[in-house]
Every structure is written in structure tokens, then in C-alpha cells.
Write a protein that binds this ligand. Structure first.
Ligand SMILES: Cc1ncc(COP(=O)(O)O)c(C=O)c1O
Length: 382
């Protein structure tokens, strides 16, 4: 076994979840998904494909109609992106791994904006990369980028910059001006930007999507954007995502996909195609429900003395802290074991998240969030 693998930490979210294994009384908000199943039309499309016997390998890069559909979908949001820049992947996490496999050699330096969903930094480490962390700073619960610190950390020795905005767990988003400064800086240093934009549609500003690097980058910029059907279409269990690459990089992606997963399952891709078809109606309605959940939860948390939280601009999480609770793993364990409230400990997202808790507000029934908030209030003796 390689040393780096043996040393990888196991998920601290799972550690809390395992402590509640088999308990039906727990209200769980620890994972990044809704309790609402995938839209019926999408499930039906996949079922039709299976009934028609579409059970074979497909092209490494995905079905052409899906790649064309993604090209249309991305282009409508961000300006022209042709299908010669799009590869279908078996999940967002696989898209990220492929992006890093394309870029990171053993010993390469990778800069990551943190606190961050741990998979990105773990993947870079698995490939032998050295991860340098630049932390967002909380101000009254709002996590903000120290742009100067980030630009100072990214040098001509930096192979790749990992940015996830809208961010998991903080709900932080990049402004256009910050994006522009980062892009221009990375052009100078020759650094690749790996932009994980899986939460772009779960955006609560005045636009159909959060600001994307695709809005400002050219087709030859060193930019890889990773995406997923999981969040915008409630398809976490399907394992379907995609990559947007610079011009001329598709053959490399196809080779790597062959050696990772070979292709995404055809019936899953048919579901993805249907998701894109219903997107114009489905996504805005989903965002309305998410926004309602966000506001309900953040209002409840804000009303609790000692709780520090800000309304996230994007994503599906409230990231908050409670005065006097410095050990997030111990606190999350106590909440689940004694109060039946399942949250993710902030330390799961790196030492910068210690003392914080992540609460996923994607829920079919907003009353579940109210019930969860009552359990937290009880735990705090309120
Ligand atoms: C920041 C971020 N990127 C990527 C993913 C991957 O999504 P999936 O692998 O389900 O497509 C997630 C899922 O939680 C995430 O939070």
C-alpha cells in the first residue's frame, strides 16, 4: 500500500453518521443531498433506456446527444462552449479526479481555497501533489476571500489552483472582480484553474447561475470546470457529471476516462439528457425551494443566542458555529447521540473549519428543518 493512501484521513462526516447507525429517530442533515428523489421524468427516461436494452459500453466521452445537450446548456448560461470541449463523466467527483490526473505530477504544488469539501484536496494528495491551503476568513459568519493572500500563494511553481465556488461547506461565492483577478494572475504564473462549479445553479443572487470562470475565460485558457447532475437535478445516486476543457484537450480526457471508468452507463446518460430537457422549469422551482429552506434555517439559527451564521449566497449548506463549542466532532457526536440531530462537523473540511458545523438545508419538507432547529435549541438549553 502506498504510504499516502494509508495516511489519508477517513471521512469525519461518516464518523458522526456511523455513531447513529440504525436509529430511525435521527433527523439527518449531514450529507449534501435532498431527501427528495430525482424527478419522475428523469427516472422514466432511464427506465425506458433499460427496457430498450441499452446495457452496453458507450463512447468514452459520452453519448453525442448528451454532449450536445450539455454544450447547449452551458452555452445558454455562459456563452458559447462547443461539444468539442465537453466530456461526460461518471460523477462530479470523477470529473475532479480526471482533471487532477491530467494536471498533477508527484511533487507538484496545488493551492486550494479552504475550508473545502475534502475530496478535492485528498485527490491531489493521492496523485502525490503537495497541497497548500489558503483559508477564507469568517466575518460575522460570512466567509470571505483574502484575495491578496490567495494571489501571493499562487506562484509560477503552482501547478493548479482548486476553487469551489459556490463553496461547500461555506456557501461562499466569488465575485466577478475576484474571478477576473484570479484568472489574470494565473495567466501570468501559468497555473491551471480547476473550478468546481457543481453548485452554480443553487445561487440566491439575481442570476440563473453563480459567476463562473467560463463567463470570462477564453477557450485556450488553462481552465478546467467540473460539474455534476447531482445537485441541480437531485441526482446524487446516479453518478453523472461532466468536464469543460480548453480546446484541444478532449483526446486526453477520453484516454483517462477509458482507464478510470471507460464510460458513464448509457441509461444514466439518458436520464441526464432528460434532466437537461426539463431544466428550464425544474431548476428555478428547485432553487425557490432551496431558498425557502435556506431562509427558514438561517432565520432559526440567527434567533439563537451564541450562534454565528450568515445567509449563504449559494449552495445547500448553512455553516455556523456556537459559542463555547470548539470541538466540532465532539459537538456533532453529542448532537446526534443525545438529541437525534445529524450535522457534519466543520473539521471534516480541514482545520480551518474546526469549531463550525455544516447543515444541509435541501429538504422536501421545510418542517423537517424547523424540527431540527428545535432540537438544536434544546441541546443549547434554549
Ligand atoms: C464541492 C463538491 N464538488 C463535487 C461534488 C461531487 O458531486 P457528485 O460526485 O455527486 O457528482 C460535491 C458533492 O457533494 C461537492 O460538494
Amino acid at each position: 500500500m502506498r504510504d499516502v493512501i494509508a495516511k489519508l484521513p477517513s471521512s469525519k462526516i461518516r464518523e458522526v453518521a456511523n455513531a447513529a447507525m440504525g436509529r430511525s429517530d435521527v433527523l439527518a442533515f449531514w450529507f449534501g443531498e435532498s431527501d427528495e428523489p430525482t424527478p419522475e421524468a428523469v427516472r422514466e427516461a432511464a427506465a425506458r433506456s433499460l427496457r430498450a436494452g441499452e446495457t452496453f459500453y458507450s463512447h468514452n466521452l459520452g453519448l453525442e446527444p448528451l454532449r450536445q445537450g450539455l454544450s447547449d446548456y452551458v452555452s445558454a448560461l455562459h456563452g458559447p462552449v462547443g461539444m468539442e470541449r465537453i466530456a461526460v463523466t461518471s460523477s462530479g467527483v470523477s470529473a475532479l479526479m480526471l482533471a487532477l490526473q491530467m494536471l498533477v505530477d508527484a511533487g507538484d504544488e496545488v493551492v486550494a481555497v479552504v475550508p473545502l469539501w475534502p475530496n478535492l484536496t485528498a485527490q491531489a494528495q493521492i496523485l502525490g501533489g503537495r497541497v497548500r491551503r489558503v483559508s477564507l476568513q469568517p466575518r460575522q459568519g460570512h466567509w470571505q476571500l483574502d484575495l491578496e493572500a490567495l494571489l501571493a500563494a499562487v506562484t509560477s511553481d503552482t501547478r493548479a489552483l482548486l476553487v469551489n465556488a459556490s463553496g461547500n461547506p461555506t456557501g461562499w461565492t466569488l465575485t466577478r472582480a475576484e474571478q477576473q483577478a484570479i484568472l489574470e494572475h494565473c495567466r501570468r504564473t501559468g497555473t491551471w484553474i480547476v473550478a468546481d462549479e457543481v453548485y452554480e445553479r443553487l445561487y440566491y443572487g439575481n442570476a440563473a447561475a453563480a459567476p463562473s470562470f467560463l463567463d470570462i475565460a477564453g477557450e485556450d485558457d488553462r481552465l478546467i470546470v467540473t460539474h455534476s447532475f447531482s445537485k441541480s437535478f437531485l441526482m446524487t445516486g446516479w453518478r453523472l457529471g461532466w468536464l469543460v476543457l480548453p480546446r484541444g484537450h478532449l483526446d486526453a480526457a477520453a484516454k483517462l476516462i477509458e482507464f478510470n471508468t471507460s464510460c458513464a452507463p448509457v441509461f444514466v446518460q439518458r436520464g441526464g439528457l432528460e434532466a437537461l430537457r426539463i431544466a428550464p422549469d425544474f431548476v428555478p422551482a428547485l432553487v425557490r425551494r432551496m431558498r425557502e429552506g435556506r431562509d427558514r434555517l438561517v432565520d432559526a439559527l440567527t434567533s439563537m443566542p451564541g450562534v454565528d451564521v450568515a445567509r449563504p449566497a449559494g449552495g445547500m449548506y448553512a455553516f455556523f458555529r456556537v459559542a463555547g463549542q470548539a470541538d466540532s466532532l465532539a459537538f456533532a457526536r453529542r448532537l446526534v447521540e443525545q438529541h437525534g440531530l445529524g450535522l457534519a462537523p466543520g473539521v471534516a473540511f480541514g482545520p480551518e473549519g474546526e469549531g463550525w458545523l455544516r447543515w444541509c438545508f435541501a429538504s422536501r419538507d421545510p418542517a423537517r428543518l424547523d424540527a431540527g432547529a428545535r432540537r438544536l435549541a434544546a441541546a443549547l438549553g434554549l
